[in-house]
Design a protein around this ligand. Structure first.
Ligand SMILES: *Cc1c(COP(=O)(O)O)cnc(C)c1O
Length: 355
C-alpha cells in the first residue's frame, strides 16, 4: 500500500498522474515510442509544452493579461539570479522570511543594491513581518509566498506600484488569490506540480528589456519567450508530468476546489496540534501558519522515540522537520489526501493515550 507521504519536496503527486506518466514512459500517445525518446520538436511534445503553459495561465486566471508561462531548468534556485539579471538595474527590495528568501537575496546582491524591507530572522523565521513598507524607487520587490522550511505563509501581500516578484515554489496552485498583482511568479515543480527538473516562470512581458546589461541567452526571459519555452531541449518528462498534474487540478475544479480541501487538511492538523498537550506549533502567530507545511514540536522530547515509531508503523513518510527548525514538518501539498492527515492525527491522539 502506498505510504502517507508528507515529504516536503520532492513530494507527493496524484496517483492517477503517476500512472499516466509511467505509461508514457513505455508508450507515449500510442506512438510505440517512449515520451523520453522522441524529439522535443515533434508535434506530440510541442502539444504537451503548449498545454502545460496554457493550463498554468488558465488556472491562475492570467490568460490574455500580458503574461507568458515558461518551463525552464535550474530550479527555483536559478530564478534567484535570473530575476535579478533580468530586472535589477540599481536597487531591489526583498522581504526576508527564511532560508529561500535569504538565498534569493544573496544572489541578487551580485547585481545591485539590496534593501531588506523586513526580516523575521530575530525569531528563527517563525512569523511573517507585517510592519514594513516598500520603497517606491526600487526596480522590484521580491517575496516568498510560503516558507517551506519554517512553515509560514504570507496571507496579506502589500500593495505596491513597483514590479512585484514572488517565489511560489511551495504553494503555487494551492490557494486562490489575485495573481495579477504579481509581475513575475516562479516555482520549482517538485513541491506542488511535478518531478524535480523544471521550474514554472510566469512573467508579464512588459517588465522585461529594461536593464542595461547584456544578458546571456539562457538567462534571458525574452529569449525563452521568443522560442515558446523551447530555446533548448526542455525537461520533457517533468514538463509532461506537470501538465498531467495541472489537468488533474482542472478536472477537480481548479484552485478554488483544491483550496477547500487544503483548508480542511490544515484545520484538521492544526486543531490537533493546538488541542493535544504533547504538541506545540512552531509558528507563533496563527494567521501566519502555512497550509502547505505545518511545523510542530513535541512538548517533551522523551516521547520522540515512541512518536517516531508510531507514525512509521502507521505508514507515514517524510515527517521529520528541516535541520534548521527541528521537530516535525507535515507537508500537505495538493495531492495529499485528507485521509492521510487523519492518519497522522490519529497517531498523535494515540501518543497522548500512551504517554
Ligand atoms: C524548494 C524551494 C526552493 C528551491 O528550489 P530548487 O528547485 O531546489 O532550486 C526555492 N524556494 C522555495 C520556497 C522552495 O520551497
Amino acid at each position: 500500500m502506498k505510504k502517507h507521504n508528507f515529504s516536503a519536496g520532492p513530494c507527493i503527486l496524484p496517483q492517477s498522474v503517476l500512472q499516466k506518466a509511467s505509461e508514457a514512459i513505455l508508450n507515449f500517445n500510442n506512438l510505440d515510442l517512449s515520451l523520453v525518446e522522441i524529439s522535443h520538436r515533434s508535434k506530440d511534445f510541442v502539444d504537451v509544452m503548449e498545454n502545460a503553459r496554457s493550463l498554468s495561465l488558465e488556472l491562475l486566471g492570467l490568460q490574455n493579461k500580458g503574461y507568458k508561462a515558461l518551463f525552464l531548468q535550474g530550479g527555483a534556485s536559478l530564478e534567484f539570479l535570473m530575476v535579478a539579471y533580468n530586472l535589477l538595474e540599481k536597487k531591489a527590495a526583498y522581504l526576508n522570511t527564511g532560508t529561500w528568501a535569504n538565498k534569493a537575496i544573496k544572489e541578487a546582491k551580485l547585481f545591485g543594491e539590496l534593501i531588506e524591507v523586513a526580516s523575521s530572522k530575530d525569531y528563527n523565521f517563525n512569523y511573517i513581518p507585517k510592519n514594513y513598507s516598500i520603497p517606491s524607487d526600487v526596480d522590484y520587490f521580491h517575496c516568498t509566498s510560503n516558507n517551506t522550511i519554517f512553515g509560514t505563509q504570507i496571507n496579506h501581500f502589500l500593495k505596491t506600484d513597483v514590479v512585484k516578484v514572488c517565489d511560489m515554489s511551495s504553494d503555487i496552485f494551492s490557494r486562490q488569490m489575485d495573481f495579477s498583482q504579481f509581475d513575475l511568479i516562479y516555482a520549482g515543480a517538485q513541491k506542488n506540480m511535478g518531478p524535480a527538473g523544471t521550474t514554472l516562470v510566469i512573467v508579464k512581458e512588459e517588465i522585461l528589456g529594461k536593464v542595461s546589461r547584456t544578458i546571456p541567452s539562457m538567462l534571458d526571459y525574452r529569449v525563452h519567450i521568443g522560442k515558446d519555452s523551447m530555446f533548448n531541449t526542455p525537461a520533457v518528462f517533468p514538463v509532461y508530468v506537470s501538465m498531467l498534474t495541472l489537468e488533474w487540478l482542472k478536472g477537480l475544479g481548479g484552485i478554488s476546489a483544491i483550496e477547500k480541501i487544503n483548508n480542511q487538511k490544515a484545520t484538521l492538523l492544526y486543531s490537533e496540534i493546538d488541542r493535544n498537550p504533547l504538541f506545540k506549533g512552531f509558528v507563533t502567530d496563527k494567521e501566519d501558519r502555512s497550509k502547505m507545511n505545518a511545523t510542530f514540536n513535541l512538548t517533551n522530547d522523551s516521547f520522540s522515540e515512541t512518536f517516531n515509531n508510531l507514525w512509521k508503523e502507521a505508514g507515514i513518510n517524510g515527517l521529520k522537520g528541516h535541520r534548521s527548525v527541528g521537530g516535525y514538518r507535515a507537508s500537505m501539498y495538493n495531492a495529499l489526501p485528507l485521509e492521510s492527515v487523519q492518519v497522522l492525527v490519529d497517531v498523535m491522539k494515540e501518543l497522548e493515550r500512551k504517554a
